[in-house]
Design a binder for this molecule. Structure first.
Ligand code: HEC
Length: 403
């Protein structure tokens, strides 16, 4: 019953997380797009003095005319819309999900004894530490003298992120490591909104209400953090969907995959931003897109599965050959506790992903996925059923060389 309720909690919180995330990133992409498409006002005498640019759009059956002030209007309107609850809701629901899956069930999702034999409290403590430390170090870098040169700062942040990717992949299961990495980038993004971007806007509004010149520094700091957030977005979204793709987080050098995919995501975002801005020549503008796509192709080529022809990894592992009955026994013992109509493994309420392996034919119906999960060692989940390396190799060999 508890498992069933936890499943529902997970479903509802995940639903909220996706919806809040769409609202947040949707608005944030929209404003980056808007800013980059503002054009000088055609008839300056017909708009407020102080308007620096405008944009016309047609959407939802009507015309919109957005105008942006260079600093602030002479008079603030009564109602001023702010955008922050989308970000906070995304973080709160995301943290809830992290607790529900990766912390409460750390032994299945976060810990891999073959990577680091962490106890559950240690794994959770380290994961929380990573989330907090990543923000503190990032924030300190931005506030340090490095922060005054955008390119130097970008390099330092990229290095920090790469070191983190390497570190978490040497502490947690592949899936857990990717999720902690993505969560820490997401945390940095939301902390940027909470501690830097929104306070900067508050200062702007206060100054205006008190009739003094607003201090430009907080606004500039907010702008810098917004730019970082834009480049973090695609890597974070990659991580959030990566748990469906064991070939990425289950790869032997999964930390390199994580860095490369994040780099590709940031490059592709850079290309979008450059396109909106339409500054510089077309060839230079396309450079980040080319870099991003080449990186993606490189990752895909590097991860070509080695079991493809006929069970090569099994041959490499030199395991005793097994017959159909023995293969069936391994599956019954190591997979069926979870992959059954009524799982017997504690914490599982229904067959994961609807996959039932009560007969070997049911397993063979999903042969490529099964081979992938076995080769990347992502199944059995958290190796909760204690599958031995020999059993893994024997099963892979039988699957690859069936008569
Ligand atoms: C402790 C429970 C557990 C055990 C034991 C287990 N699995 Fe899974 N399996 C899961 C869960 C949970 C998922 C769904 C993962 C997700 O969230 O995408 C899953 C998903 C899968 C998938 C689908 C992956 C995909 O990309 O869609 C395959 C294939 C699979 N398991 C094979 C196996 C095999 C083969 C074994 C035995 C060697 C096994 N599993 C043992 C829990 C388990």
């Amino acid at each position: 019953m508890v498992t069933y309720l936890l499943d529902w909690a997970g479903l509802l919180v995940r639903w909220l997380h996706v919806i809040a995330g769409i609202a947040w990133i949707g608005a944030s992409f929209y404003f980056v797009w808007l800013d980059n498409h503002l054009r000088p006002v055609a008839e300056p005498e017909r708009v407020d003095p102080g308007v620096g640019g405008e944009l016309w759009a047609v959407h939802g059956g009507g015309f919109y005319r957005s105008q942006k002030y260079r600093v602030a209007p002479a008079m603030l309107p009564e109602t001023l819309h702010w955008f922050y609850w989308e970000a906070y809701t995304t973080w709160l629901s995301g943290f809830g999900l992290l607790c529900l899956l990766y912390f409460i069930r750390a032994e299945a999702y976060l810990i891999d004894p073959a990577v680091a034999p962490l106890s559950k409290p240690a794994a959770i403590g380290i994961a929380m530490g990573v989330l907090i430390a990543a923000w503190l170090i990032y924030d300190a870098l931005c506030r340090s003298p490095l922060g005054r040169q955008a390119n130097v700062l970008a390099g330092a942040v990229a290095l920090l992120v790469a070191v983190e990717a390497w570190g978490v992949c040497h502490l947690f299961s592949g899936r857990g490591a990717f999720m902690i990495f993505g969560s820490s980038l997401g945390t940095i993004m939301v902390a940027n909104v909470l501690f830097v971007i929104i306070p900067g806007q508050r200062e702007l509004v206060h100054a205006k209400r008190q009739g003094r010149e607003p201090d430009a520094a907080p606004g500039l700091r907010g702008k810098q953090r917004s730019v970082h957030n834009t480049y973090f977005t695609l890597p974070v979204v990659f991580v959030m969907i990566s748990n469906h793709y064991a070939m990425t987080y289950g790869a032997r050098n999964n930390w390199l995959v994580l860095i490369a995919m994040s780099f590709a995501g940031a490059c592709i975002r850079a290309w979008f931003v450059a396109r909106h801005r339409r500054a510089g020549n077309e060839a230079r503008m396309a450079l980040p897109a080319v870099l991003g796509v080449v990186t993606l192709i490189g990752v895909a080529a590097a991860l070509v599965p080695s079991f493809a022809p006929n069970g090569t990894p099994a041959a490499r592992l030199a395991a005793p050959p097994v017959d159909r009955a023995q293969a069936e026994r391994i599956v019954a013992q190591r997979c069926v506790p979870c992959h059954a109509t009524s799982p017997t493994q504690a914490g599982f309420n229904a067959a994961p992903n609807g996959l039932v392996f009560e007969s070997i034919d049911q397993l063979l119906a999903h042969l490529p996925e099964v081979q992938q999960q076995l080769t990347t060692r992502t199944m059995p989940l958290g190796n909760l059923t204690h599958m031995t390396d020999e059993e893994r190799a024997s099963l892979l060999m039988w699957l690859g060389h069936r008569p």
